[in-house]
Design a protein around this ligand. Structure first.
Ligand code: HEM
Ligand code: SF4
Ligand code: SF4
Length: 515
């Protein structure tokens, strides 16, 4: 499994790096696949509501009403029909890419299983919606789908009477089935919306809206496609005639031609096995557990910054339990905590400058104590060679490690959002390095969702705790890396080293006694 993940990661990294050239990292569509899924869903939903106004739900008049929509009112209803179709196709594409990408990033194992396991059934429902939608047009394609689906369903021991009997000829066809399809096509999307909402329940500030430029560009492309290549019906259905050549939508109907070569029962088995495999993937193999964040009440002042910054809604602020004169304290939900450390980066008490007491912040990761990070920062400063001394704080997902060339000293942590900005101040004001690099994932595409955004905001003074003004920004660099691109990584470090070479050596601003 890990070889497959690695392979997909390399492919995605290549494709994403290419898209970076056109869109930049922030607007890279690959970083917004889940949000684009929501976006296409809303387009399908909105256009569907409009089409429903003009659609006749009886089998005898459905075709004529779709013809009216397509030709007589082409300027609005016709465009809506095309948008409905193309956004549905786009939904399949982004959801499949989203699934493969989350897999390649390994964002499905351990406590992250929830989004995966609630995502899997959405694929099934997307297909039910799409297939039932093609059925409603009641043209020759719909006729083909109706008969093939009925025969396929008859391969399952579900119905006393074969349902294919409904489609033997025009005299056996009743409104019953058609009405059922209309019902399915309207209610399954509503159920899907509920499922999509559940899907993001373990995400704080889930990204369900793509950024404006991406949303606008996508909408323009869909409208342009709708005008240039409008969705049209095929000849009307006639059960007394076998459909001839059919225009096909491979996004939704790819399984149907297989029914000509594979018996229906076997195809059901393959599909069921596929879903089973998808469903157990979060445990293939189970993730190594990591220790969740721990609150130290002695040092927690109830400020709530950890609560604001946690990407996985794992912190709640609860009434004070230890009699200290604060209203609230942080409490960690162990089932949701992914040990990313973003709460540590947010906590005002996580500072290396403390002298009076041991460095124990209000919240921390037992596997990555702040006191140890301080110790490692000081120790790293003793290992530099002759050139500019570059200290790198790196997240574990960005690919930066201690084997990077030259003699940059690399200290890794789960997410760069775990680093309290005061560490940068500490390293520079004590003269422990000439420059500090904060290395994280691609911009807006953090493995732990928000670490990269919070880091940028903290460095820019837009979010507490922020980097103090006194820190010389020329000596600080926040780099956004793609894990499999060592060349890019080395180039960024090289650039920074060259810039530092132009500056004088960074001497301590204060006494070194406690460094
Ligand atoms: C209608 C279809 C779907 C929509 C609209 C959708 C949307 C989303 C959104 C908005 C997010 C949150 C992104 C963020 O804020 O970081 C997300 C995360 C995720 N989705 Fe989906 N998704 C869909 C289907 C799926 C499917 C089919 C799978 C895989 C089986 C899947 C797996 C995941 C995973 C693993 C995450 C990330 C969890 C994490 O960060 O821990 N999703 N999805
Ligand atoms: S370690 Fe991450 S997931 Fe856990 S409480 Fe802190 S911010 Fe939330
Ligand atoms: S950020 Fe630190 S001090 Fe503030 S509530 Fe969280 S643990 Fe307590």
């Amino acid at each position: 499994m890990s070889v497959l993940k690695r392979l997909f990661r390399i492919l995605f990294d290549r494709a994403e790096a290419f898209f970076d050239l056109a869109f930049g990292q922030r607007l890279n569509p690959f970083a917004w696949l889940g949000a684009l899924g929501w976006y296409f869903f809303w387009i399908v939903f909105g256009s569907g509501v409009y089409l429903y106004i003009f659609f006749d739900t009886g089998v005898t008049d459905a075709y004529a009403s779709v013809e009216y929509i397509t030709h007589d009112q082409w300027y609005l209803a016709g465009v809506m029909r095309s948008l409905h179709r193309y956004a549905s196709d786009a939904l399949v594409v982004v959801v499949v890419l989203h699934l493969l990408r989350e897999f390649s990033l390994d964002r499905l194992r351990g406590k992250r299983f929830f989004a995966w396991i609630t995502g899997v059934p959405s694929i099934f429902f997307i297909y039910i919606c799409g297939i039932s939608g093609y059925w409603l047009v009641w043209d020759q394609l719909a006729q083909y789908i109706a008969i093939a689906t009925a025969e396929w369903l008859d391969a399952l021991p579900l119905f006393a009477e074969p349902i294919a009997n409904n489609f033997l000829n025009s005299s056996t066809l009743g409104d019953r089935f058609f009405t059922l399809m209309v019902f399915i096509h309207i209610f399954v999307p509503l159920f899907m919306l509920l499922l999509m909402w559940v899907h993001i329940q373990r995400h704080a500030r889930a990204r369900v809206n793509p950024p404006k430029p991406l949303a606008t560009g996508t909408a323009i492309m869909l409208v342009a496609l709708s005008l240039m290549h409008p969705a049209v019906s095929q000849a009307p259905a006639d059960l007394d005639v076998v459909p001839g050549e059919l225009g096909f939508d491979w996004f939704y109907l790819a399984a149907y031609p297989l029914l000509d070569v594979v018996p229906g029962g076997q195809l059901w088995l393959v599909i069921a096995a596929g879903f089973m495999i998808l469903a157990i993937m979060p445990w293939l193999p189970p993730a190594k557990p990591s220790l969740p964040a721990v609150v130290s009440l002695d040092n927690c002042n109830g400020c709530g910054r950890c609560f604001d910054d946690c990407p996985f809604a794992a912190i709640t602020m609860v009434p004070r339990s230890d009699g200290q004169d604060y209203d609230s304290e942080a409490a960690v939900n162990l089932d949701n905590c992914l040990s990313c450390g973003l709460c540590v980066g947010a906590c005002p008490t996580a500072t290396p400058f403390r002298r009076a007491t041991a460095v124990v912040p209000g919240i921390e990761l037992p596997d990555h104590p702040i006191a140890k990070l301080r110790e490692n920062t000081v120790a790293a400063s003793g290992r530099f060679g002759d050139g500019p001394r570059v200290l790198v704080y790196a997240c574990a997902s960005c690919g930066m490690d201690s084997t990077d060339p030259e003699d940059a000293q690399v200290l890794t942590m789960p997410c760069i959002g775990m680093l309290p900005p005061s560490f940068v101040d500490f390293a520079l004001s004590r003269g422990l390095a000439d420059g500090v690099v904060l290395a994280g994932c691609a911009s807006g595409d953090c493995y732990y969702r928000l670490g990269d955004t919070w880091t940028s905001q903290r460095l820019n003074g837009e979010r507490d705790p922020y980097l103090r003004d006194r820190v010389d920004r020329a000596r600080v660099r926040h780099v956004h890396l793609r894990a499999t691109s060592a060349r890019h990584r080395h180039r960024r470090l090289g650039d920074f080293r060259a810039a530092l070479a132009e500056l004088p050596r960074n001497e301590p601003k204060r006494s070194r006694q406690d460094a």
